[in-house]
Design a protein around this ligand. Sequence first.
Ligand code: PLP
Length: 385
Amino acid sequence: ASLLSFDIVHVYVFPWCKNCGLVFLAKVMLLSFSMASLFAAPGGGVIQGTASEAVLVVLLAARDRTLKKHGKKSLEKLVVYASDQTHSALQKACQVAGIFPENFRVVKADCSKNYAVAPEAVSEAISVDLSSGLIPFFICATVGTTSSSAVDPLPELGNIAQGHDMWFHIDAAYAGSACMCPEYRHHLDGVEKADSFNMNAHKWFLTNFDCSLLWVKDRSYLVEALSTNPEFLKNKASQANSVVDFKDWQIPLGRRFRSLKLWMVLRLYGVENLQSYIRKHIQLAEHFEQLVLSDSRFEVVTPRLFSLVCFRLLPPTSEYEGGRQLNYDLMDAANSSGKIFISHTVLAGKFVLRFAVGAPLTEEQHVDAAWKLLQDEATKLSGSA
Ligand code: PLP
């Protein structure tokens, strides 16, 4: 009830704020830096279309903040750091933002830590670059990597970023939603050190595409990087600085009213139902994981943290390709059935299958049926080998 009344206060106090759902959500997730990221403080939140746009705008803000300090001619020296498990959206953002391709530092994730990046490796890369006269300015950490849902060590990476006056961005596009549940919130420990945080409500939060939530600790950097002030947009409210002009927080001028659908999700379901939705998916994934573990022909490749299970059919020892063809064929057979759809990745050279629970109507019977299909196809493949 207190969360709801908080909500209402925001509707009335900030009737102009098309991101009220975002403020509410920050409260629901109890982001450690949510207070700093509210409009009353220097921060704020803005709904972007996608995580790709979110990382692009914060990269632009960070770039301009650094260029202001070091001079515009320093662009060629700016270096971005991320792990080899970071979503390619960051690489694309670097391309758009004019970061020199050779200054996009991809640090190998630590396979002994479920493919989270080792902070020491990031520190080392930064030291090398500093000694070459380069300017490290941006670290991107991920909570729930795309391939294996690994969680990068936020407190350590945050300390590194703060120690070098770098921008620290957290991409929680997928797993951010899980942190709405207290038992998963520890994955956000260290978020208070972040300059920006992003999660996709359109991934695992029952909200239709597109709806990507971005919070920043200090909105002034975004606004400085992205604002324009043409005559035709001037009006009393903008001139009096009495409105939040989201055109200065994003690439396009016009905005869709995305907060409405997010607002409806929050209102229709409420915190408890949203939490049980997440918990159910994680339980179903856990159930699938147990099924895989019970069949010695398969292995679970990485420890499961959320609702994604990375697994594979073990190849015969003679297979030099490490099971690539075998697992590709299994995926192809399963997907061609039209009954389920699974995707793949490659981790440390292994071709890995990814079973993700995320649809609102999925029940245990569907997981069991999917597993039976995979087992049957595996049997056919081993029979034909
Ligand atoms: N970051 C992560 C961790 C993702 O998993 C994804 C998409 O799968 C993205 C970013 C890109 O998301 P979007 O399509 O919203 O740009």
